[in-house]
Design a protein around this ligand. Sequence first.
Ligand SMILES: [Zn+2]
Length: 209
Amino acid sequence: MNRSMTVLAAALGLVLAAGTAAVPAAAATTAQGYTPAAGIAAKSSEDANNKAFYEAVMKSARAKQAANPYLLAVTVTYDASQAPTFRTVISQSAQIWNSSVANVQLRSGTNADFRYYEGNDSRGSYASTDGHGGGYIFLDYAQNRQYSSLRVVAHETGHVLGLPDHYSGPCSELMSGGGPGTSCTNPNPNTTERSRVNSLWLYGLAVAG
Ligand SMILES: [Zn+2]
């Protein structure tokens, strides 16, 4: 089931069966994708949605931080149960980010700050939010076969951590996404991207403290 069908079904008041790319129908706003594909909202809108997603995730993570002020890094919890095809890749992506940045760490678990979903969408993979504390990453099957799946997942996860798209960048830059083409398989954020995430989450900690 694609997103338009999900929205249509929701509009008709149909009860959706769980399991088949059960992307939340309420999250109708689209944030950032992996490629500058047709159908994805304008860049400024993408940036705004991405910022809202990042802020929502940080708000949730900071609430947990407040309950345990002795933590040195903010922990963002994710749920990959709705993207079973990508379980291993999602775990590898988390390891990459956890070894790349110090001020925020990703953990798999319940009471998740965000979720991964999988399915078919002509717009490819993207990160989205409803702007009210919820968000998810959608992983498109076709795009994850066409491009390096680990790079796609690490890129979308980068949006959760606050990074915007920069499609014109080189392959060494994770947030250039599909810009450098299908031959680019680099799944690692570069030094600038690591520093930016560390700064963003250090600021979050400062506010929380
Ligand atoms: Zn992107």
